[in-house]
Design a binder for this molecule. Sequence first.
Ligand SMILES: CC(C)(COP(=O)(O)OP(=O)(O)OC[C@H]1O[C@@H](n2cnc3c(N)ncnc32)[C@H](O)[C@@H]1OP(=O)(O)O)[C@@H](O)C(=O)NCCC(=O)NCCS
Length: 416
Amino acid sequence: MREIRIITADDLDAFVNLTANAYPGIELTTVEKKQRFKERLQSVQADSRVHLVGLFQAGKLLGGMRLYDFTMQLLSTKVLVGGVGGVAVDLLHKKEKVAYDMLQFFLHYYREKGASLTALYPFRPDFYKKMGYGYGTKMQRYYIKPASLPGGGDKTVVARLNRADKDALAACYARYLARTNGLFERFDSLWETVFQDPAWHTVGIRNGSRISGYIGFKFERDPQRSFLDNDMLINEWVYETPADFMALSTFLHAQADQINRIIFNTQDEYFHFLLEDPRNGTDKLLAPTLYHESNTQGVGLMYRVMDVPGLFMALAEHNFNGQTCCLEIVLTDSFLPENGGSTVIVFENGRCRLTPNTQPDVTMQIDVSEFSSLVTGVVPFKALFAYGLATLSDPAYVDVLDQLFAAPKPICLTSF
Ligand SMILES: CC(C)(COP(=O)(O)OP(=O)(O)OC[C@H]1O[C@@H](n2cnc3c(N)ncnc32)[C@H](O)[C@@H]1OP(=O)(O)O)[C@@H](O)C(=O)NCCC(=O)NCCS
């Protein structure tokens, strides 16, 4: 008989050992390292929005995971989103559906809390796609010469930020979040850690007590290269106005004599428009075409809807681009069958309401994984329709649905 429950103080040592074996890469290889990790877990447990959960069989811990109560800016609304990370299974009990049972628990846990969406970073996208997760926005890694970024702004407004700027930094992020699709609200504890690691630097635009843009970065150096040959890794670049953006870009542009390449991971698909030379230094052509390699890309964060009616209720204030139609969504969901089936929604001038007994104008058939990417704005309806991943009872509605679900791609700056 399996039991899934919150980890208590008595379970923590077993939880640490489980994690150490599931993630050898984090090198919890000594008693001291395990003790420090345990202390970190204790401080994590102190936050009421993070939950350590374990799967027990005959009293023995076979699996563990961390759950997060996130608030996400989804389209024009803030919604509760369940996050899961650190999924770990005992080496001796792999392939016994421990992860399966934990993911089932996770989805039901957040459905009961009133969330209609969950998110995770997959160790393997296909593993979680089978469980109904849809791809999020790709991450693009640029590797650019500083001088390739525009220079002409006023960099005198850029200042080094410190711990005293923590609240203003958080307020800047919150304003950015409100006008962006997909960002997660930050836990206060995260802003505490920004200035803890001396390897990380934060510069920003400070006007009195207000910060209107910032960059977090650290230096990186390949030990094979000379000590004068450094790169700069940017982990976050947030700005409010084009002038703020230009000031920060000019700060980076001015590093040309010291920095070889700036490494920037971004979900902005238009970033290359900025660059004087968008090539990433490999000088590779995508043969046989004459296309220059500009960046590498990865699939990461995945989303999953687990309560379709609940999602549209949460989005009642969102304007689905002024569209009017009665849509039936017929969802397949093999992992969470209670989420599958038919939902009828009336959209009137962009506002939605559930209407179970109304005759739909059009029926869309779609799997939960693609639906999750569609409704979050990751993929346009027309692409799914073209690939046969979404079908319509009346193809004349393709443009209406494409418009209805059109949204800026969601971005995420939270690791978990
Ligand atoms: C990755 C890891 C968590 C997998 O754990 P596991 O307990 O061995 O996985 P499970 O046995 O539950 O495998 C998932 C099962 O769900 C099944 N499944 C998934 N979606 C399903 C669906 N929609 N319907 C029916 N079954 C489904 C899979 O087919 C699989 O069963 P199978 O092996 O019989 O085919 C484990 O190997 C581990 O701890 N790895 C190291 C740490 C790590 O990488 N964690 C992942 C972090 S994201």
